[in-house]
Design a protein. Structure first.
Lengths: 143, 757, 498
């Protein structure tokens, strides 16, 4: 694939931007539209864009770990979030409010749960696109 | 305790059998035989107890709620049967040891035979009717396996199958009968069961009991399985298919006699079916040329006589039945064993090929003679006494029956002659060279059992006092005196007539072959019925499970829609236009977008337009969410739609262009689509017409911030109130990723050493 | 203590997750899997002993009181289902570990099995009807992936039919959920039960009935009832034998379980009159057994038998007396074990004789008599012969029909028994008794007593269920009584709120 500098630079920024926005969506999700699911989807679109532009290897490189590992880690996080309060029923939440002076940050196990969702969704969508891309590539080379 | 031993011994021996045989070789069966003789001794001890009116019982719960308990009751009739089972059993095991020799299957066969014996003892000693059924079914299973001993022979397999299927008809009927009986009376023990002939279910119970008894005891119309079962090795035929298992049906009828015999149908039905069986036997015997087959037919006849006597149901008839049962066991088992010995020696059982064996096998032929005389009903054998009694009992019912019985007795004589005279004194055939006398462990059983028959005939009063009278008393009738010599009566005359006629029939059997009509055999009819039902089943299955996904979908949808419309008419679920909200312009446009794009997808002939159509449909959904002020859902839907379009394009972009056929509108599918749409519309309108139950939604709205620490209700529901659902959904997604990995090859079978991709 | 109820979901989930992490180390993955299922099984036993003690266990997940959060509930039915599911999955995993080709399975196999198990446990324990839907999705997705595991063309074809028809069922379920939620505004089954009883009193039950009907259709598809069973014979013979065994033990049984809950708890009275359920049950019984009798392929015969046996269970559900429900529950347990074992035995046998088509099989009785005995135990049990588990199951169903004086149902049940026996004997004769058509084939290859472990275990359970039927049936009877009187369940879930 020919590389074009404009595309390269745009993409690089776009990927960074998508990453940041997706994380922002995740964090604000508890109070405003957003959340782990849509955040994860947005993050995954960064992988998709990279994969389409530069192929599956680039997508994998950007992801660094295998998508299935993301999925496993995400699931473990989500389960852990539910187990925080060992003596209460599964999924009982705990909230801590951190005062940073200028703002108050709410931290709670549901947020951790949402982070798990985020990672799973990212892993799942990435695995879709990477699997499809690799098989298409194999088919093409085979032809 | 001793009653439990009757079961513990055979079951333990049965489990040990494969190992015992490996250890002791053919001596194992002799050891088993010895143990069984001990059991026979036990039975005699128990008989003593029972005859003084205190039968030993044993009872423990199994499934009390279903009436099933292991309740054994050693009453005299049961013990009478048990004595036959154990004594003949001991003989058969001893016989088996030499008959099977070093055949490696002997260990398993002995095991199954022992299992059979335990279950047969269960049948005769069970007081609980469910236990009776359990044992009954176990005899069917063990009989199946035993008939199929020579499983390489297709005939053995077919015989086993027929036997099992036919006896299972009976087994299943018995299941029905006992449940009806138990539920009707509330009593599950035979000894406490009242007579129920006035109960509305009595007729059904009676029919089911008859089906069970007739199929087990090979009565017409089920009589064909017994000759087929002769494919089993001879000791098995002797034991199961003449001396014991086939008598289970007779036994059942005898047990049911106090309970059902007052029913109006009892006598006519039993006498009719037994007469029919006798006729079949009379026709079949002259045609048979195989020794075992001859004996099998005569067994059917003997069983028919017993059923007939139970049907007549007078005390005298039941006495006669009991005596005959004993006599039959004492002569039929040795005759089978003789047939087995001949087969063993010369490998042939065809009466046209046998002859002149008396010199080479004197003791075998001696026992054949003893048993044969009893079968022919010649004094002083027990068979004679039995026949006299049968004729007397028969006359109390109807003269035509006497005629039939006499002809049957004639046939018996003929069989006896065929089995005894032809092999022993017939023309010397080339087979004689090979013949050799059997070893003592085979001879002893046939001689001894035959001699028992003789001894019983000679010491009638002893048999009467200790065996027959207590047995009939426990069946609830008065004992009638036995006597070998009744004087010169009509019955003696008839008896003699039968013997003479039988001798005549034997000498003229070649002529009989020609005049006996050829009837379609029951086996053929059985086959035809099964095949008809099976081919019906096959075509039904081919119509229903036709392999086309379209038809599966169509059926499912049509049935669902039909059910819903039917229910909608039946129940009160009105569509109230007043409650349905007005459609806004935004909603209308979103709806139109969805409709247009779904049509576009359906009619698209290329991939890209179809994908675009799907995407547009998703956008319509997103629009709906926006209109309904659900920004969270809209955002997620929007992202999902975009990503799926992108993924689809990625998947398809490298594939060659595909142009489908122009879409034809098929009326059937159009109807299904329209029906689906209509149903969904009705359901939607019904949903819109109801008052919205909003307790839970309101609570979510109120408590999201207060208790859930979040202003976004949707998110709080997803990650807190109903987090378990979300956990489930991300699990689904994870599985989907695994699935894609499987389908696309990334996670296909890996080989060890290699690096997995 | 209430966390006990979440463990049947979490343990498989965690095993699956670690299985994914260990996907490149086959041995590690197998140990994780075995450990996971052993723990699960232990939990199953603990759970049932607690439920026997306390009748009902509930857990309000997240601490949100019903009906607002999701409630997990275990009554005896749930506990029994969990236990039997654990047993069959344990045996299947054991089988797949003992198989001569240990790495023949994809690294996705063990995680997918545990995901399937999680879905099933969730379905058995949840007291929330939407959560039930989610669990169905988990099961559908994982079973679809399991079905295509070896990537054979016929597997894909079967799997497509399977997934399409089941997605249709899910869509119908979802439509019912929408309708129900619009009317009652609650997803908690106990709560719905209360509201719909009120609606019956107010004579405004119509929309609820319609929703109930949609659920009924959807669950019937899952359960494999006539006329919705098409997906089952189309797909069950295609995957590897342990997967077939797993499906036969879990998938349809979850559908039946849902039918029981629908019929006894969620919907007041009957969904469409019990005659519909009864008729469909009898039709399922007969058509299934006809299908089985006409097949000439081991696992196709077994698949059709699943349908036929579902018919028996549905009859029990329809009659709806404590005894009938108890027999249905016992039947489910018996069927999970016996049918699963038959699939596993079929797998061993066909592996050795080289085919599943009956005219190409034979010789196993001589080659491997132990396997023959195990087959006989399972087959006779399925045909309802004493003293095995199937006898207790069939006997109690017949009893229930007699008590309700449903003669035609009783006749159908008995008739079906005969044909069941016929097709079991067909397999026996063709695979075991007959000589192998190829006399040169070495039938001792692959004979390995280690491979008998799981099937012997299951055969032992079959005998135990038969001989120890008394106490077990009493437990089922208690479960049946709980189902007939849902007040206790509702009380346990909703507490004092009602």
């Amino acid at each position: 694939m020919k590389s074009s500098p404009i595309l390269d630079i745009t993409l690089r920024w776009l990927v960074v931007l998508l990453g940041i926005v997706s994380f922002f969506l995740l964090l604000r999700g508890h109070d405003e539209p957003g959340g782990g699911f849509s955040g994860g989807l947005l993050a995954a679109s960064a992988i998709i864009i990279t994969t389409i532009a530069y192929g599956a290897d680039a997508g994998r490189k950007l992801l660094h770990f295998q998508p299935l590992s993301y999925i496993a880690v995400g699931l473990i996080l989500s389960v852990l979030a539910g187990l925080f309060q060992w003596d209460a029923v599964f999924m009982s939440s705990i909230w801590v409010e951190l005062s940073l002076g200028f703002t108050i940050i709410k931290l709670g196990t549901p947020l951790l749960f949402d982070l798990g969702v985020y990672i799973v969704v990212l892993g799942v969508v990435s695995s879709f696109v990477l699997e499809i891309e690799s098989i298409v590539k194999i088919k093409k080379e085979g032809l | 305790m001793s009653i439990a031993l009757l079961f513990i011994i055979p079951i333990v021996l049965s489990v040990a059998s494969p190992f015992g045989f490996r250890l002791l070789g053919k001596n194992w069966s002799k050891l088993v035989s010895f143990f069984i003789l001990i059991m026979a001794g036990l039975v005699i001890l128990l008989l003593d107890l029972a005859s003084i009116g205190s039968p030993q019982t044993l009872s423990f719960d199994w499934i009390p709620r279903l009436g099933l308990s292991v309740t054994l009751r050693a009453d005299s009739f049961g013990l009478f049967m048990a004595l036959i089972i154990t004594v003949i059993g001991a003989g058969v095991f001893s016989y088996t040891s030499e008959y099977m020799g070093d055949d490696p299957r002997t260990g398993t066969i002995t095991g199954w035979l022992l299992l059979f014996m335990a279950s047969m003892l269960g049948v005769v000693l069970a007081d609980n009717i469910v236990l009776l059924f359990v044992s009954w079914e176990l005899t069917s299973i063990s009989s199946y396996i035993l008939i199929g001993t020579n499983n390489h022979d297709p005939k053995a397999r077919a015989g086993a199958k027929t036997a099992l299927l036919v006896t299972s008809i009976g087994g299943l009927s018995l299941l029905g009968a006992i449940v009806l009986l138990g539920v009707a009376t509330g009593v599950w023990n035979l000894s406490e069961m009242p007579a129920i002939h006035n109960h509305p279910w009595a007729a059904s119970i009676f029919i089911l009991v008859c089906l069970a008894a007739f199929s087990k005891s090979a009565q017409w119309p089920f009589c064909f399985w017994l000759p087929g079962a002769m494919a089993a090795p001879t000791p098995i035929s002797a034991y199961l298919h003449s001396a014991t298992m086939v008598k289970a049906g007779v036994f059942l009828l005898a047990r049911m006699h106090p309970i059902l015999s007052e029913h109006a149908a009892w006598t006519p039905v039993l006498v009719f079916f037994s007469a029919a069986s006798m006729i079949v036997v009379i026709i079949s015997i002259p045609k048979a040329t195989d020794l075992k087959s001859l004996l099998a037919h005569s067994t059917v006849g003997a069983l028919a006589l017993m059923v007939c006597l139970i049907g007549i149901g007078t005390p005298y008839a039941l006495n006669a039945m009991t005596v005959f049962l004993l006599a039959h066991a004492c002569y039929k088992a040795p005759l089978f064993l003789v047939a087995g010995s001949i087969d063993h020696a010369v490998h042939n059982r065809d009466i046209n090929a046998l002859g002149g064996l008396a010199k080479k096998m004197p003791y075998t032929m001696l026992s054949a003679c003893i048993a044969g005389i009893s079968m022919a009903g010649i004094p002083p054998m027990l068979g004679f006494a039995a026949k006299e009694m049968i004729l007397e009992a028969g006359l109390s019912y109807a003269p035509w029956l006497i005629t039939l019985i006499t002809i049957l007795a004639t046939a018996f004589v003929m069989v006896a002659c065929c089995v005894v005279l032809i092999p022993a004194f017939g023309k010397n055939s080339c087979l004689v060279e090979k013949a050799h006398e059997s070893p003592w462990s085979m001879l002893a059983p046939m001689l001894l059992i035959g001699i028992i028959g003789l001894a019983c005939g000679l010491r009638l009063e002893m048999i009467e006092n200790h065996l027959v009278s207590p047995a009939v008393i426990s069946l609830g009738v008065k004992p009638a005196g036995l006597g070998l010599w009744h004087g010169f009566t009509l019955y003696l005359a008839l008896s003699s007539l039968a013997v003479l006629a039988g001798w005549l029939a034997y000498t003229q059997r070649q002529a009989l072959y020609k005049i006996i009509p050829v009837l379609p055999s029951g086996a053929v009819i059985h086959e035809v019925i099964w095949n008809t039902v099976l081919s019906f089943g096959r075509s039904l299955t081919q119509i229903i499970q036709n392999g086309s996904l379209t038809s599966y979908l169509g059926t499912t949808i049509i049935v669902t829609c039909a059910l819903i419309f039917y229910a909608w008419v039946q129940v009160d679920a009105p569509v109230r236009p007043s409650l349905v909200q007005k459609i806004t312009l935004a909603e209308l446009s979103a709806g139109l977008l969805i409709m247009a794009s779904s049509l576009a997808t359906a009619f698209a002939r290329k991939r890209l337009p179809a994908i675009a159509g799907l995407g547009a449909m998703g956008m319509g959904m997103t629009l709906f969410f926006i209109v309904s002020q659900a920004p969270d859902l809209a955002l997620t839907q929007f992202l999902v739609e975009i990503l799926s379009v992108v993924l689809l394009v990625v998947a398809f972009r490298h594939l060659p262009d595909f142009v489908g056929e122009p879409i034809k509108i098929q009326s059937g599918r159009l109807i299904i689509s329209a029906l689906t749409g209509l149903t969904m519309m009705v359901l939607t309108l019904v949903a819109l017409s109801t008052e919205y139950g909003d307790r839970v939604s309101l609570w979510y709205g109120l408590n999201a911030l207060r208790q859930g620490h979040g202003a976004n209700v949707v998110n709080v529901i997803l990650v807190d109130f109903r987090a378990l659902d979300t956990l489930g959904e991300i699990t689904v997604l994870s599985i989907a990723a695994l699935g894609v990995g499987v389908l696309m090859g990334g996670l296909k079978q890996i080989k060890t050493k290699k690096e997995p991709t | 203590m209430s966390n006990l109820l979440t463990l049947p979901l979490l343990v498989p989930l965690i095993s699956a997750t670690f299985g994914i992490l260990a996907r490149q180390h086959a041995n590690v993955q197998r140990w994780i899997s075995l450990a996971g299922i052993s723990v699960y099984l232990a939990i199953g036993f603990i759970l049932i002993s607690h439920v026997l003690d306390q009748s009902y266990l509930t857990a309000q997940v997240g601490g949100w009181q019903a009906p607002y959060g999701i409630t997990l509930v275990a009554d005896l039915l749930s506990a029994i289902m969990i236990l039997f599911t654990g047993l069959i999955v344990f045996s299947v995993l054991l089988y797949s570990l003992m198989t001569s080709k240990p790495c023949g399975f994809s690294p996705a196999f063990h995680p997918l099995v545990h995901f399937l198990l999680m879905g099933a446990s969730g379905a058995f324990l949840t007291g929330d009807i939407f959560n039930l839907y989610v669990c169905f999705e988990i099961m559908l997705m994982s079973s679809f992936a399991l079905m295509t595991l070896e990537g054979k063309a016929e597997q894909t074809e079967g799997a497509v039919k399977y997934v399409v028809l089941n997605l249709l069922s899910s869509a119908i379920f979802l439509a019912g959920l929408g309708l129900l939620y619009a009317k009652v505004g609650s997803l908690n089954m106990a709560d719905i039960s209360v509201i719909s009883q009120q609606a019956v009193a107010d004579e405004k039950v119509g929309p609820i009935r319609l929703a109930g009907l949609l659920f009924f259709v959807s669950f019937s598809v899952k359960a494999g009832m006539f006329p919705f069973f098409f997906w089952l014979p189309a797909s069950y013979h295609t995957p590897s034998p342990p997967v077939s065994a797993l499906f036969s033990g879990i998938l349809t049984k979850v559908g039946v379980y849902a039918l029981i809950r629908l019929h006894t708890l969620v919907m007041p009275g009957e969904v469409l009159g019990y005659k519909l359920l009864l008729t469909m049950g009898v039709a399922t019984m007969l058509i299934g057994v006809f299908g089985a009798a006409s097949q000439m392929h081991i696992r196709r015969i077994l698949s059709f038998h699943i349908i036929s046996q579902i018919g028996y269970i549905v009859v029990g559900i329809a009659i709806k007396t404590p005894l009938a429900l108890a027999s249905a529950i016992f039947f489910i347990g018996h069927n999970i074990i016996s049918k699963g074992n038959l699939f596993l035995v079929a797998g061993l046998a066909s592996d050795i004789v080289g085919s599943e088509k009956l005219h190409k099989t034979g010789g196993m009785w001589k080659a491997w008599p132990q396997l023959g005995i195990i087959y006989l135990i399972s087959a006779f049990s399925l045909a309802g012969f004493p003293p095995l588990s199937g006898f207790v199951a069939k006997f109690s169903i017949v009893w229930a029909t007699v008590e309700s004086q449903l003669w035609w149902v009783m006749a159908a049940a008995i008739f079906t028994g005969l044909f069941t026996l016929y097709s079991m004997m067909k397999i026996w004769v063709e695979v075991f008794w007959k000589d192998h058509p190829d006399p040169d084939r070495d039938l001792t290859l692959g004979k390995n007593s280690r491979r008998l472990m799981p099937v012997s275990l299951l055969a032992g359970i079959i005998i135990f269920l038969g001989l120890g039927g008394g106490p077990l049936f009493d437990i089922c009877l208690r479960a049946g009584e709980q189902l007939v009187n849902p007040a206790g369940y509702i009380q346990a879930v909703l507490g004092e709120i009602t």
